[in-house]
Design a protein around this ligand. Structure first.
Ligand SMILES: Cc1ncc(COP(=O)(O)O)c(C=O)c1O
Ligand SMILES: [Zn+2]
Length: 437
């Protein structure tokens, strides 16, 4: 039984968190830094937290990640910026299942396919991992008002967990977001500002309001502490497959497919595996394949256009390589024209030996149906996009049939059932038994 809003447990800083460096200029900021971004570069100067890896590597992993005072994903608190002192419904979540999807693997011609199923989280998307860190960090700095812009899911996660914490939540969301996501916001009591425009415009509006009102920013691309929470999906996957880092790394996936909007999840996934490798807990980092919708694919387009994308590491050069264009896709959560976390995303994907690719809306809709029918997992289009990337990567030779493939399933299909039903006809009703004679 978790405590109520009146008894939100204390949250302490993680003493292993040493600071955060700017992705553009490399300037180091101490954990006490209160601006969300680099003090020199402004909003594009997204920070990247780092930890005392040498000290953490010296510890026994079972002791390091064994004790979870706050439960769930907080098992990995040594690699997160804050540490709640007790479990609470506002932040205790995670340990989602990994399904071995044999029929789906056979259908796609793969030896092995694993689905990391984050549809089971409280608001139905992986974003709860970031919102949990937001609620915990806001608690630790005494912030009571939280805000974000969102294509829908980040906002839903903040609304759900904010309601459990008793926090005041303000959301900027495109008016075009699917109704089930808007319902989550309104019913969980958030103050909802629908923007008659794109997510990119909602994001800019939210930044201005956050600065003006001194609210706590749950914008994941902007507040780098939140993307740290998203690492826990990768940590859990690695820990599960290696039985708590006790088994050889040949149980790890060779490739992980991740849907990409702002680029936070894909970079957090790359970082999760890279940190585990730095700590000597795993022997390899899987190739990370970032999948965008063809109608919103600035990263995939730039990746394909560049002669040597993996060689591009300078922040300003990555920014310059990525052009924005008008966006349109059925996958509303990844309908993003300006991926705010593009530098981190590009670098992490490049460092893993992976790539960015794109998939069209028809392939995304087909992937929703395939995953539902052959694996029993109902994903929203933006989550199914990652699966839709698998045949594309097979065809282009990015992956081979013998690779062990994992897909992050980032959002529940019930968040946008109409999209999944495109091209599907529901059965006509039959008369009730009494009327049949
Ligand atoms: C279901 C789902 N998948 C993937 C993404 C992409 O995440 P990111 O914006 O971190 O790239 C989102 C973002 O809204 C999402 O809601
Ligand atoms: Zn900077």
């Amino acid at each position: 039984v978790y405590g109520g809003e009146s008894t939100l447990p204390a949250v302490t800083a993680n003493t292993h968190w040493l600071g955060s460096v700017c992705v553009l200029c490399g300037r180091d900021h101490p954990p006490q830094h209160r601006g969300f971004v680099c003090s020199g570069c402004g909003p594009d100067g997204i920070l990247d937290p780092y930890y005392d890896y040498a000290q953490l590597a010296a510890a026994d992993p079972r002791a390091l990640f064994g004790e979870a005072t706050a439960g769930g994903m907080w098992r990995f608190a040594p690699l997160l910026p804050v540490r709640p002192t007790a479990a609470h419904g506002a932040w205790t979540l995670g340990d989602t299942p990994v399904h071995r999807a044999d029929r789906l693997a056979a259908h796609l011609g793969l030896k092995e396919l694993l689905l990391k199923d984050d549809t089971c989280l409280p608001s139905g998307s992986l974003k709860d991992r970031a919102a949990a860190v937001a609620i915990a960090h806001a608690r630790s700095v005494g912030a009571r008002q939280l805000a974000c812009a969102s294509t829908g899911n980040a906002a839903a996660s903040l609304a759900v967990l904010g309601a459990r914490a008793g926090s005041a939540v303000t959301i900027y969301v495109p008016a075009s977001a699917p109704r089930p996501k808007l319902a989550q916001l309104v019913l969980h009591g958030a103050r909802v500002i629908t923007v008659d425009g794109t997510y990119d415009q909602a994001f800019d509006l939210s930044l201005a309001a956050i600065a003006e009102n001194g609210w706590y920013s749950r914008n994941c691309a902007h507040n780098s502490l939140l993307a740290e929470g998203k690492k826990t999906a990768g940590f859990e996957l690695a820990a599960r497959l290696t039985a708590g880092f006790t088994r050889a790394e040949d149980t790890l996936p060779d490739v992980v497919f991740v849907s990409v909007g702002d680029g936070c999840i894909v970079s957090a996934t790359g970082k999760a595996f890279a940190e585990l490798e730095t700590l000597g807990l795993i022997g390899k980092v899987p190739r990370i394949i970032g999948v965008q919708a063809a109608g919103a694919s600035p990263l995939a387009t730039a990746w394909a256009a560049h002669a040597n994308p993996a060689g591009l590491v300078d922040g300003a050069a990555i920014m310059a390589a990525i052009r924005t264009a008008p966006v349109r896709t059925i996958a509303d959560s990844i309908c993003v024209g300006v991926p705010r976390n593009r530098v981190k995303a590009w670098r992490r994907v490049a460092a893993s030996g992976g790539a960015f690719i794109s998939v069209d809306d028809a392939a995304i809709t087909a992937a929703v149906g395939l995953m539902a029918r052959l694996a029993g997992v109902f994903a929203e289009p933006s989550a199914a996009a990652a699966l839709a990337g698998v045949p594309v990567a097979l065809q282009s030779g990015l992956i081979s049939r013998g690779d062990r493939v994992a897909v992050l399933v980032t959002g529940h299909g019930l968040k946008d059932p109409e999209a999944g039903l495109q091209g599907v006809s529901l059965p006509d009703p039959i008369p009730p038994a009494a009327d049949r004679n």
